[in-house]
Design a protein around this ligand. Structure first.
Ligand code: PMP
Length: 363
């Protein structure tokens, strides 16, 4: 559609245009029901059907069987930092973390703030998180091992799932690469993701819990912070974020229409290759900030020869309908976030723009 920019924002991020058009179509009067989805009671039959359809699609797209609970909660991924620790740590069992960036560190810090024992099993802190640590050093009795599959700020991504002993549940914050490729879901005992990058708008967080760890949940937690509450009431203990959940369902439908996660992964690889190729063939003009083997296909981070050139690059890109290329405020530089819904033409356009910019602005 005309006048829509190529939106490289790290999140909330671009949504599939087909999804937005469908939302618009049904905004005032959803399928002849005489009201917007926003106006429906979460306990109504019509909304329940939307909710059930969303859960069914999530399971289909992600390859989940009946052995996972699917929850839709408020509070953002940040609340999951706390809930994972509260629900699974005990006096004997310590939370274990792989620290690969700011979000992973926040999860670790949150466990400590909640008074839980937390252990660093691996970290790439020594090199400003520019790589994925490969060796793990677990504590003697781990409650779980927590990882962040994609590091939105630094631009690294796990390419393989770390090997853990069978009795150590693996937990993953997948906020910035959920459903960007097929994965072996069964390896993860718990997965959570804020929807606002790959699967929907801000306001809802998806949590998947493998049923075999439910007996490890700590009892007597404050109601809203207990997974038990939300599992027993099917995410309807209180009013869930009804409208964002509905949009997640539409994004699932869009993924299915594209051919599922295999097809999505191919497109994502192709999009990232356009941009990484320019970086790699720029004679050092564009400087990738992380180890090549650990580069993210979702958040491409790079620097230019000077901060002035970076500012000019970001501003000229914005004048050319490409927005959101500024790096996270904590690290500077540039970042191109190209989640599932980011279109191929946008990746090509940025690649061409980068080549032109280098020609016109020698170091
Ligand atoms: N984890 C990761 C990997 C993220 O990128 C973000 C947000 N950018 C968060 C957690 C925090 O998510 P929220 O804002 O939904 O709390």
């Amino acid at each position: 559609m005309e006048n829509r920019v190529f939106n490289f924002s790290a999140g909330p991020a671009v949504l599939p245009e087909d999804v937005l058009l469908e939302v618009r179509e049904d905004l005032l009067n959803y399928k002849g029901k005489g009201m917007s989805v926003m106006e429906m009671s979460h306990r109504s039959k019509d909304y329940q059907a939307i909710f059930n359809d969303t859960v069914a699609r999530v399971k289909r797209v992600f390859g989940l069987e009946e052995d996972y609970e699917v929850l839709f909660l408020g509070g953002g991924a940040s609340t999951q930092f706390l809930m994972t620790a509260l629900n699974f740590c005990s006096d004997e069992k310590e939370a274990n973390y792989i620290l690969t960036g700011s979000w992973a560190k926040k999860a670790y810090t949150e466990a400590k703030k909640a008074g839980k024992k937390a252990h660093v099993a691996a970290t790439s802190d020594d090199k400003n998180f520019n790589y994925i640590p490969k060796d793990l050093n677990l504590s003697p009795n781990p409650a779980f091992l927590h990882m962040t599959t994609n590091n939105t700020i630094y631009g690294t991504q796990f390419k393989t799932v770390p090997e853990v002993p069978a009795d150590v549940p693996l937990f993953a914050d997948m906020s910035s690469d959920i459903m960007s490729k097929p994965i072996d879901v069964k390896k993860f005992a718990l997965i959570y993701a804020g929807a606002q990058k790959n699967i929907g708008p801000a306001g809802v967080t998806m949590v998947l819990i493998r049923k075999d760890i439910i007996n490890r949940l700590q009892p007597d937690l404050p109601t809203m912070l207990s997974y038990k509450t939300h599992i027993e009431k099917d995410s309807m203990f209180n009013t869930p974020p009804t409208f964002p959940i509905y949009i997640v369902g539409l994004v699932m439908k869009w993924i299915e229409n594209k051919g599922g996660l295999e097809a999505i992964a191919k497109i994502n690889e192709e999009k990232a290759a356009y941009i990484y190729d320019v970086i790699d063939n720029s004679d050092g003009y564009y400087i990738g900030t992380v180890e090549k083997e650990d580069r993210s296909l979702m958040n491409i981070t790079f620097r230019l020869p000077t901060e002035d050139l970076e500012a000019k690059f970001i501003s000229e890109a914005a004048n050319n309908m490409m927005s959101g290329l500024k790096g996270h405020r904590s690290v500077g530089g540039c970042r191109a976030s190209i989640y599932n819904a980011f279109p191929m033409e946008g990746a090509k356009k940025l690649a061409e723009f980068m080549k032109e910019f280098q020609k016109n602005n020698p170091a």
